[in-house]
Design a protein around this ligand. Structure first.
Ligand code: NAP
Length: 341
């Protein structure tokens, strides 16, 4: 069976996902696209795909069985609610939504539907290196995880479009999610410290240093640097009771020349996580073909949204800001501490 998919938002990541759905993966066909910019949508549409005038026309089309949302964050809520109302599985790029109230509305709609329909685009969970790291921690031979050091470095971000809040409400969500997932834990509170500003970022608040206080008492420190110049560099190291487990440096061709011996660093997220994005969609296609969703859920999107909100508060208060979550609805499985057992 081939899953017929409609894509909303044909910007940078929308185009990349259309490429993988069209050229890389099987069992799926992009039958429709839409974007505020109709010309951009038409240019991105694979042969035979319909260009819809707006997201609601795409979602309600009987030819579209499942929806991929790649518009910008503030548009996600309306599109998610429409897909859920239509009973269609939906892949939504992060962030799920941009406020706690919106996340609660989406969870309520999904719960009323009675079965999971939403997968959130936290692709690190599908990365083979992160999966092996989690298997080591879950295996328990190193004892309980005590600290996680997470490093998130971008070579640069689009000038003008990327504001000072975005390291905390757009970029940090990946580190918040991977911390919760790796440690099978929830974030109880956040501190933010802003070191000396990088001269490369103009007025941008960059870098930022974030401390996540996990419910178990474990601590996570996150470096977010979005103008580091040399490449896209993602690192992670978990200190446990009797040992340390770390993400490996990705293998790359070793170049020896007059400048020394070196290996290339990925340019951006598309290169570093290319296999993870492929795998995230393989698993989404499988679940969506059965009318449901697995992987990172609306609950996970809600949790990341709360962490981002707390981090923004902490950047101004310069002190600990609590993350207060509602009780986990049954649709999303047992609480984190139980899930880890
Ligand atoms: P982008 O290049 O700006 O693309 C977004 C596209 O969606 C634009 O063409 C935009 O049109 C369109 N759009 C915005 N609102 C819309 C609406 N209501 N209906 C239809 N189209 C709409 O941004 P991007 O980098 O692709 O990012 C898109 C999403 O993916 C964001 O949520 C971002 O955080 C996420 N993302 C995730 C990852 C990851 O690693 N998982 C990486 C990159 C991006 P206009 O330009 O005319 O507004």
């Amino acid at each position: 069976m081939t899953l017929r998919v409609g894509v909303i938002g044909t910007g940078m990541i929308g185009q990349d996902h259309i490429r993988r759905l069209t050229e890389v993966l099987s069992g799926v066909e992009v039958v429709g696209v839409t974007d505020i910019d109709q010309a951009r949508a038409a240019a991105a549409a694979p042969g035979g795909a319909e260009v819809f005038a707006n997201p609601s026309a795409l979602i309600s089309s009987s030819n579209v069985q499942a929806v991929v949302i790649c518009s910008w964050g503030p548009a996600h809520e309306e599109q998610l609610l429409a897909a859920i109302a239509a009973g269609k599985p939906v892949f939504c790029e992060k962030p799920l939504v941009t406020s706690e109230a919106a996340a609660l509305r989406v969870m309520e709609a999904e719960a009323a539907h009675g079965r999971r329909l939403v997968q959130v685009g936290f692709m690190r969970r599908f990365d083979a290196d992160y999966r092996r790291l989690k298997a080591v921690i879950d295996g328990g031979r190193l004892g309980a995880p005590l600290m996680f050091h997470s490093v998130h470095r971008n070579a640069s971000v689009p000038g003008g479009l990327y504001t000072s809040d975005m390291p905390l409400n757009d970029t940090l969500v990946h580190d918040a999610d991977i911390s919760r997932w790796l440690l099978s834990d929830e974030v109880a509170g956040v501190e933010v410290r802003v070191p000396r500003r990088s001269s490369r970022g103009g007025e941008l608040r960059d870098p930022v240093f974030v401390l996540l206080h996990m419910a178990s008492g474990a601590l996570v420190d996150v470096e977010i640097s979005v103008n580091i110049a040399y490449g896209y560099d993602i690192r992670g190291e978990v200190s446990c009771e009797t040992g340390v487990a770390a993400l490996p440096n990705r293998p790359a061709t070793v170049i020896s020349d007059a400048n020394g011996i070196r290996q290339a660093i990925p340019e951006d997220w598309r290169e570093r996580f290319i296999e993870a994005y492929d795998q995230e969609f393989r698993e989404w296609i499988l679940a969506a073909s059965h009318g449901t969703a697995t992987g990172p859920s609306t609950w996970d999107g809600y949790a990341a949204t709360l962490v981002a909100d707390a981090a923004l508060r902490a950047a101004f208060s310069n002190s600990f800001e609590a993350v207060k979550m509602i009780a986990k609805p049954g649709l999303y499985g047992p609480p984190a501490a139980l899930a880890a057992e």
